[in-house]
Design a protein around this ligand. Structure first.
Ligand SMILES: C[S@@+](CC[C@H](N)C(=O)[O-])C[C@H]1O[C@@H](n2cnc3c(N)ncnc32)[C@H](O)[C@@H]1O
Length: 205
């Protein structure tokens, strides 16, 4: 599992690496652009919303939302990722902090129209994901929504098929979302498939 220093080293080459996997339609980033675009479109249905991005990385998605007038808040543990994102969003409220330890204090003081997390929460175990999502729900405004976009599958069987096909490219340290298993805890959760290995999970308060 990459720690914050690992992500610091990956930061400058991140967009290129993602772009290659996305263009070749290969695991893990097949569908990346469409996934970000779908979340972007949903968030912009609201005017000037308050948006919290967990693991915002270089700010690929949030910088676009920022450019459209959204109030951007975020947490990431990589100093370098934060620097790159801050260049694009000088007035955003960006904080350094490890989300496996929870949300940093200043971000707990606001309620959000949207909480988004793309390709970041697969660093939590399945049990940690449940606790984390429950905590995030508490940070939503009454009509708010959480969008988690990631390597994700409807069933464990689909995940296993992808694992077999990916072979040595499969990242054994990452723990991907399986929608029908998560739905046992969050029956209201919706799953939108974006590619054979990506999807968006959405949760209301
Ligand atoms: C694969 S990148 C995704 C970046 C961006 N959301 C995107 O869609 O391109 C994962 C991001 O999550 C951050 N991250 C991973 N584990 C984290 C943790 N435990 N706490 C805070 N940030 C973390 C990394 O630093 C990195 O910026």
């Amino acid at each position: 599992m990459l720690n914050n220093k690992g992500f610091d080293l990956w930061a400058d080459g991140y967009n290129k690496a993602v772009g290659l996997s996305e263009e070749e339609n290969t695991y893990p980033f097949a569908g990346y652009k469409n996934l970000l675009a779908a979340i972007y479109k949903n968030v912009l249905k609201k005017e000037k919303p308050d948006v919290l991005d967990i693991g915002f990385g270089t700010g690929t998605l949030t910088a676009k939302l920022y450019g459209m007038g959204c109030n951007i808040y975020g947490q990431d543990f990589s100093q370098r990722m934060i620097e790159l994102a801050r260049e694009k969003m000088p007035d955003a409220h960006l904080y350094q902090g490890d989300f496996s330890q929870g949300i940093v204090k200043p971000l707990l003081e606001t309620s959000y129209d949207f909480i988004i997390a793309t390709y970041s929460l697969h660093h939590l175990t399945d049990d940690e994901k449940v606790v984390f999502i429950k905590n995030l729900k508490g940070l939503l405004k009454e009509d708010g929504t959480i969008f988690i976009g990631d390597v994700a599958f409807l069933t464990r069987e689909e995940l296993e098929t992808c694992r077999r096909e990916a072979g040595s490219a499969w990242d054994k340290d990452e723990i991907y979302f399986v929608a029908d298993e998560l739905q046992e805890t969050f029956p209201e959760m919706e799953f939108t498939r974006i590619s054979y290995c990506a999807g968006i999970l959405s949760f209301k308060k």
